[in-house]
Design a protein around this ligand. Structure first.
Ligand code: NAP
Length: 212
């Protein structure tokens, strides 16, 4: 699934496909296969989050914005961590209860951390994790020497065969239960500008490049 996508046409297994319902725009749907499916599966890994407090790090990014929405849909109270208040644009509308610029600003403990913001934020999040809590590391970036009791940290990997999960996410889009936060849209010939904006952390959510 992961190679050869930078092309107008490519062969792909039907296990990796979903049918777009009428009214779902292709660019919006294109944001789902990696970031959306990742969050859906990471949440499954975390178990039932109904009524639980979920901390999302890297909340302003592509993964983070889906994490907020899918955790809310699953019945969690969601707290978002962003690097500065300006990066919080649009997060309130996605359903967060609280936005902080560091995990240590959170009053009380959290049950689950969906980590998409890197090692430093993950390390800080361990300080507010409840004793039976769980951290799902999505970025895979861990501080050397980070010590957590057995079973409290899962290093998540999305895996393949995304078709069914993609179909579910597309249905959420079609029914207005999920929003794709597209912070940048352009033509694939302008990849360099898009990459620079992403690396400079100037994009709120996903960058979408249209193939012609
Ligand atoms: N495990 C998997 O299968 C899987 C699947 C998809 C993605 N990922 C990983 O998940 C992570 C998030 O992906 P994404 O698409 O959401 O990325 P993204 O859109 O670039 O967002 C990354 C977020 O991390 C925050 N951040 C904190 N420290 C940072 C630093 N030093 N440099 C850059 N960003 C920093 C940023 O916060 P601010 O915006 O507040 O500055 C940003 O919102 C990435 O590491 C990606 O590789 C893993």
């Amino acid at each position: 699934m992961w190679q050869g996508a930078w092309a107008q046409y490519r062969a792909v297994s039907i296990n990796e496909l979903a049918v777009l319902p009428q009214g779902v725009e292709m660019g919006a749907a294109s944001t789902l296969p990696v970031a959306g499916v990742t969050v859906l599966r990471a949440l499954r890994t975390a178990g039932d989050v109904t009524g639980k407090r979920v901390l999302v790090t890297g909340a302003a990014g592509g993964v983070g914005r889906f994490a907020i929405q899918l955790a809310r849909l699953a019945g969690a109270e969601v707290i978002a961590v962003v690097s500065c208040p300006e990066r919080a644009l649009g997060l309130q509308e996605l359903g967060v209860t609280q936005i902080v610029t560091a995990p240590t600003e959170v009053a009380g403990q959290v049950d689950v951390v969906l980590e998409a913001g890197g090692a430093d934020l993950l390390a800080a999040a361990t300080q507010i994790l409840c004793p039976q809590g769980l951290i799902v590391s999505i970025s895979g970036s861990l501080s050397p020497g980070l010590a957590l009791p057995e079973g409290r940290l899962i290093r998540f990997s999305m895996g393949g065969h995304v078709g069914q999960d993609l179909q579910f996410l597309v249905s959420l889009l079609a029914t207005g239960q999920l929003q794709t936060s597209i912070g940048y849209r352009s033509n694939w010939r302008e990849f360099d500008q898009a990459a620079k904006q992403l690396l400079d952390r100037n994009i709120n959510g996903k960058a979408v490049l249209d193939i012609d």
